[in-house]
Design a binder for this molecule. Structure first.
Ligand SMILES: [Mg+2]
Length: 233
């Protein structure tokens, strides 16, 4: 594989630059501790149940069947019902979770150093699926506004990755050839498939690449040092 020399690099935010999974896990741990109703229910059941329900709701949201208010309500309401806890607590749980979740945000290992290094050589931006309010809190907390020239958030565009509209919009923002844009992300469907369908180059951050992703992605890496090496940053 040859080295890439893109003219612009967009990064995904959650689980590429910032460790969303760990923050989510820790947020749920705090919710588990917060409610005495969980005394007889294991943390693992809470996490597993929440993940299953949240995943299904995000799919409904992605298809435009529900809005974010319904998603926010139902993810705890349905988790609590499934676990046999009073569903009336869902509102408090949602607030408690968000307060805790935001206290657990941190960089993915090695990403901060790599991102700083890459910004010295390349113009960079962020494209993220997520709710504007939450994603803006992250962006401000980490100072991304000062570090990147473009920020694209799915809720503000009205569609989520891998929808072509979000990639078309992001291409227009930088005004260069599609093949001169590199997208760095962790999701096979949202980032790798979405980016390639848009005519971009893609670097897939994964520790467990499957055949389809390996064939599609221009770069596959699980250590940010490898990415730096491949783009000569
Ligand atoms: Mg991601």
């Amino acid at each position: 594989m040859s080295d890439l020399k893109p003219k612009f690099i967009y990064f995904d935010l959650d689980d590429t630059l910032l460790n969303h999974k760990k923050a989510e896990q820790n947020g749920l741990k705090d919710v588990h501790k917060h409610f005495e109703e969980f005394n007889d229910i294991s943390l693992d059941s809470l996490i597993a149940t929440y993940h299953t329900i949240n995943k299904g709701l995000w799919e409904e949201y992605g298809r435009g069947e529900i809005d974010r208010h319904i998603l926010h309500r139902r993810r705890f309401e349905e988790t609590f019902i499934e676990l046999g806890i009073s569903a009336a607590l869902y509102e408090e749980a949602g607030k408690v979770y968000m307060n805790y979740y935001r206290n657990h945000w941190e960089w993915i290992s090695g990403a901060e150093e790599a991102f700083d290094r890459i910004r010295e050589t390349y113009n960079v931006g962020i494209i993220t699926n997520g709710f504007a309010e939450t994603q803006w809190m992250k962006i401000k907390q980490f100072g991304f506004e000062e570090m990147v020239s473009q920020i694209v958030i799915s809720e503000e565009i009205g569609v989520m990755k891998p929808h072509h509209k979000i990639f078309d919009h992001s291409t227009e923002l930088v005004g260069i050839e599609r093949s001169d844009i590199l997208y760095v992300g962790d999701s096979l469907t949202s980032d790798v498939e979405g980016g390639k369908a848009a005519g971009w180059k893609v670097a897939w951050y994964t520790s467990n690449p499957d055949k389809k992703g390996r064939e599609l992605a221009d770069i596959v890496f699980n250590d940010f040092e490898e990415l730096i090496d491949r783009i000569k940053a």
